[in-house]
Every structure is written in C-alpha cells, then in structure tokens.
Design a protein around this ligand. Sequence first.
Ligand code: DX5
Ligand code: ZN
Length: 219
Amino acid sequence: MKISPSLLAADFANLQRSVEKIEDTVDMLHLDVMDGLFVPNISFGPGVIEALRPHSKLFFDVHLMIERPERYVEVFRRAGADGITIHVESTENPAEVLKTIRALGAKPAISISPDTEAETIFPLLSLCDMVLVMTVYPGFGGQKLIPRCLDKVKALKAEIARLGLNISVEADGGIGNANLAEVLEAGVDVVVAGSAVFGAAAPSEAVAQMREIEASLKT
Ligand code: DX5
Ligand code: ZN
C-alpha cells in the first residue's frame, strides 16, 4: 500500500509544517485542486503547489477537480506536479489531456466520481499510470466512504490485468482505520487519507497505524 495524505485536511496557515510532519513516513502527497465549478468548493491552485515544492521531496500527486483541465495541466506541471489526475467528467477529450500530461513529463491519471461507471474509463487505461476511484462525491474532505464505489476498484483491477497493464488504483475519500481493511481487500494500491492523517493529533502516528493494519491483513 502506498499512502498519499490529502493536504486538504491540513492547517492551511501552516502547510509547510504539515508536510514536514509526514514527509518521512508517506509515499506521496495528495494535492486537491478545486475550482468552484467542477465541484462546489475552492481549495488552492498552482501558486501554493509551487511554494511547497522546494520544501518536500515527496511525489506530488495533484488531483484536479476543475472544469476543462486542459487549460491548466502545463501550469500545474511547471508548479511541481509529478502526477496529474484529471476527471473523465471534466473534459470533452480526456485522452488528449492524458497524452499532454505524459508529454509534459508527468504521470497521467484518470478519475471517476461516484456516479460514473468503471467501464467509462476502460478505453483510457492504456494512457494512464494510475486511476483514481472517488469513494465520496468530490468537493469536500471529511465525508463518509460510499461502499459501492469499491466494486469499481475490483472491476478496474480485473480490466487492467486483462489488458496486461501496469497501472495502480488509488481510492480517495472517507478512508480511515475503520475501513482500511475493506479498501485494501478491494485491491486498492494507493490510499488517499485526509482527515484520518492531518486530522489526527500526530499525523505520522496515524500513518504508522495504517501500516499496522495493512500488516495485520497479511498474516
Ligand atoms: C475530496 C478530495 C479528497 C479528500 C479526502 O474531494 O478529493 O482528497 O480531501 O479527505 P478525507 O480523507 O477526509 O475524506
Ligand atoms: Zn483528492
């Protein structure tokens, strides 16, 4: 399991300090970009990512919840994104945007919101390094995981295997210690956790607990 804590749940007045707390214990940093159009919330943009970039060696896993992301992928790449996830629902030509992300030297990923079927992105898989299955409606941290979304993880894993591709599956929204076992059993490779990590008194302890849960499933 890779862990990608979502900065959305961190203290926005102290982002650098928040990242330092988890820098050595996690695999990626999940950065949720919201435009107030694709989702009913506004978070932060490329300026914040660029400002954080010199303070972290982590893989910046940038999740774009914005309309027509083709307008901004280059800007986010330049700001320091290592991976860029776009929503299939947010653009008319997701294949072109994924190709652009790869041409810019970043790792492309496609995401589906809860009401979008897994099959919608089957034709895009060969263009991706990762797929992101939203387990809540995008827009806000701290929501409850929607269990039926995990069935899509299983369907995507099966299709990825059938195609012989090397693509990881990330799940995002409402994941914490109480349901981590269920999430991992569905086949999730990359776990996003916002409130469960940055909402904890000691974020690195919360990450350690998640790893203990994973280890307990293997024994
Ligand atoms: C929701 C975001 C998530 C969210 C996760 O739109 O994409 O990354 O911040 O937060 P939790 O883990 O609190 O659900
Ligand atoms: Zn996210």
